[in-house]
Design a protein around this ligand. Sequence first.
Ligand code: SF4
Length: 327
Amino acid sequence: MIDLSKVKNILIVNSRSSERKLTGMVMWGALAVASHYKTAIPGSDVVFLDENNEDNFFEKFKEVLKTRDMVGFSLTSMQIKYTLPLIKYIREYYPNIKVIGGGIHMILFPNEDYGDYFDEIVTGEMPKDHFLHELYPEKVLEVFRKKRAQVISGFNCSYKCTFCVNSVRNCKYESMAPEKICAEIDYLVDKYNPPKIYFRDSGILHSFLDAPDPRSLKFHPKVGSSWEGFALEEVIRSYRARDEETFFWATHNQAELDLLISRGNRKVGFEFKYNSSPRLTRSMQIAFKDLKLSELAVIFPGTDEFPLSPHVKAIGLKKFLSKGLRK
Ligand code: SF4
């Protein structure tokens, strides 16, 4: 077992998982591992390299290795193909560097024959309770500055869908501590001054609103905001829209659109109204014209579907999710 008291210079690597890099996305698991080592080992020098978010990843990797005692890889099965060449390079040029492997692949397959690729395999979960901002890749921070900053509220899932890795691992949802979520939101609001905050995790929002059950939520003054955020999240999921395809749009003449999904040449717009009889507004007409939308739907809690104009229709959320628009 590697004596961590003797290891000070650590590199944590998150390799790519496919030919297409997930640039701009936060790799929370690997970032948590890097943050944990940096905090848990006094005086340590920890570098986090995420291949998804580096242009000259291999050059940077080679440069950082010159000063490292240990390199850790956080691995899913899809990352192995891109990781083994990196380990071969370490073994050839820096045989004294210790290599450890952890992550979901090791947790699922602890008894696999890993040959001499690793000096140590970590088969348990590492703490995922904080993320050091100094370790975030620059490309992620660029997205935070220009588009959206993210706060994670929890890991894993307690459901047991048969096809899902979470089910095989028999894991449970692990929430981040509410005070850490609040501190992170405060930090990002101070730093980036965002015009809006979206809660994709409505459970966290309801906890902040002190609305722990459906009855207290129903009569809460923010129930509309909660429903609209929930509906927006469900529409994004039903489209399987990636972060870079989704936008909030607003102009100086007060026109705005709650959700724009832009994919290829096609742009669809959504407004969300917690209201059983939504109406056409001037803002919707401006959005439809200025954005050259293919379709604009007003999503509301009802079950009907009816036109508001030749180009805009109102559709109940349930109906939309079972039917959708043209994708
Ligand atoms: S598919 Fe996986 S992550 Fe999604 S609900 Fe089922 S068990 Fe949870």
